[in-house]
Design a protein around this ligand. Sequence first.
Ligand code: GDP
Ligand code: MG
Length: 130
Amino acid sequence: MQVQEYKVSLLGEKRIGKTRFVKKLYGNYTEEAIYKPTIGVEVTPIDINGNEGKIRVSIWDNSGDERYRGLKEQYHINSTLVIILKSNNENYKQYESEVPQNTPVIYLNANENKSVEEYKTIIYNALINN
Ligand SMILES: Nc1nc2c(ncn2[C@@H]2O[C@H](COP(=O)(O)OP(=O)(O)O)[C@@H](O)[C@H]2O)c(=O)[nH]1
Ligand SMILES: [Mg+2]
């Protein structure tokens, strides 16, 4: 059976925890805290199982730093979904303008520590319903 593949863009201000989020989903989050700014974009494949079968999600983890983001919206070409990671301020709004028209957005709070399974279910449902 062929596995359905989706591209998902991840946005949010620098240091908010985008790369940490992807590492948790992928399973390479380490005990030791290390901060390494993402340059441009890093793509990680995450497999998710759900009611409609297994899907493969390529998460495009974008740098939150303008200096490393010359291409911006071009990173979102063919994205089925955009995830904006936010905290309790309004800085996330600056990323809304680069979301392509008609692409659904889900907002996740970086301070909210849901389990990996919960996050995978949220992403799965957002993709399967679109
Ligand atoms: N313990 C731990 N902390 C991490 C890891 N990766 C990132 N962090 C921390 O998470 C915070 C946010 O970093 P990061 O996710 O890289 O921010 P981003 O700029 O939004 O991608 C920083 O304080 C990092 O030190 C990791 O693998 N383990
Ligand atoms: Mg990063």
